[in-house]
Write a new protein. Structure first.
Ligand SMILES: *Cc1c(COP(=O)(O)O)cnc(C)c1O
Length: 379
């Protein structure tokens, strides 16, 4: 199973320098050495979120940060507007309910984006809404939501703006302070390209003020404890963190800075545009409208007469390229090509060569080289 090219929307290929960083000795997580590493990592994280506020690393995948975001900042019984257009939007709505808040779902059709106007309408209609949750990049449908525009609307309301950037941070533009995001979180294994197992979160002054008033129904994910421990000398986490994964995260964030955040985002947008062009050149259809298409994962309709196991199975077994399938009602109906992290011409050329040959092999009337040829316009 070695040498599989991961074209998934997470986990993504991890740079050897990041893997190597994990091979260092495990140190005391309450000592000076780790305190310094943790502080540097959280500073890099804030730089990446583009916020003046502190960030915290949670040992737990992105879903842990989703739960921390909700549980710490909204009082039980209060109303939350959850924008839902896919699996991760649903997950945040579920977490809202699990923690005893009232989830008001703003449903959009899977494959389309929520608009700032719709959010504004919902806020106008109900002044009891205490928070709005939006998935920046809905990984299950390959849709990017307009968080900058939504942020402009949110500035006119008291409700907290909670944004999931798990599959967008470092792959699409996220400027926490400029967009007025109150709670922002991400995961390690998507565009940051570190191994899975960590998440990161940052809170605005308003979000902290809310957190201070709440007896949060969570123990492990209590953000006030994260803040208290982060302020200690040396800086710490409340409970034993994954020391080795934090070494990896630090290295991965340093690599992001080395490339430059803007350059990295531009590289992802270029990879997304190249992917869409190659998909169309192979006669396939994009699932979402191109104007709301994600910069980090492209969802493609399953071609007529071909099954998911035929297509993704051949891609994996014959060509060693791992693509993602659809989730829930999209299972079997779409494939998803992740282009996150360390993705450039080389990975896309392999993917589209394999996809062209796979389609041809499955009997499609297609020029198998058309996809890879289309990439040339982007590199
Ligand atoms: C991957 C992902 C998550 C978190 O999933 P984990 O499996 O817990 O890391 C959350 N939101 C989005 C949009 C994601 O893509």
């Amino acid at each position: 199973m070695d040498d599989i090219l991961l074209m998934l929307p997470g986990p993504t290929t991890v740079d050897p320098r990041v893997l190597q960083a994990m091979a260092k000795d495990v140190v005391n997580h309450r000592g000076d050495e780790f305190g310094e590493i943790y502080t540097e990592t959280t500073k890099l994280m804030s730089k990446t979120f583009q916020t003046k506020n502190d960030s915290y690393i949670i040992t737990g995948s992105g879903t842990a940060a989703m739960e921390a975001a909700i549980a710490n900042t909204i009082p039980r019984g209060e109303k939350v507007l959850n924008a839902v257009g896919g699996k991760f939007g649903e997950r945040l709505a579920d977490i809202t309910k699990v923690h005893g808040m009232e989830s008001k779902v703003l449903d959009v059709e899977w494959g389309t984006a929520v608009t700032a106007d719709k959010i504004e309408e919902a806020l106008e209609a109900d002044e009891d809404i205490k928070a709005v949750t939006v998935i920046h990049n809905e990984t299950s449908t390959g849709v990017a939501q307009p968080i900058e525009e939504i942020g402009k609307v949110m500035k006119n309301y008291d409700a907290l703006f909670i944004v999931d950037t798990v599959s967008s941070l470092c792959g699409d533009a996220v400027d926490v302070d400029k967009y007025g995001i109150d709670v922002c979180f991400t995961g390690s294994q998507k565009c940051i390209a570190a191994p899975p197992g960590l998440s990161a979160i940052t809170l605005s002054d308003d979000a902290w003020a809310a957190a201070e008033k709440i007896d949060a129904p969570t123990y492990y994910l209590n953000m006030l404890k994260y803040r208290d421990n982060g302020n200690k000398t040396p800086a710490q986490t409340p409970y034993t963190p994954s020391v080795s994964l934090i070494y990896a995260m630090k290295k991965a964030l340093e690599i992001v800075q080395e490339e430059g955040l803007d350059a990295r985002v531009a590289r992802h947008h270029n990879a997304a545009a190249a992917t869409r062009a190659a998909v169309k050149a192979l006669g396939l259809e994009l699932f979402p409208d191109e104007d709301v298409s994600s910069a980090t994962v492209t969802a493609v309709k399953m071609p007529e007469g071909i099954t998911d196991s035929q297509l993704r199975g051949t891609m994996l077994d014959k060509y060693g390229v791992q693509l993602a399938g659809g989730q829930d009602h999209l299972k079997g109906n779409i494939i998803r090509i992740g282009h996150m992290g360390v993705i450039s011409y080389k990975e896309l050329a392999i993917t589209f060569t394999a996809l062209g040959l796979t389609l041809k092999g499955l009997g499609c009337d297609v020029d198998p080289g058309a996809g890879v040829a289309a990439l040339a316009n982007f590199y």
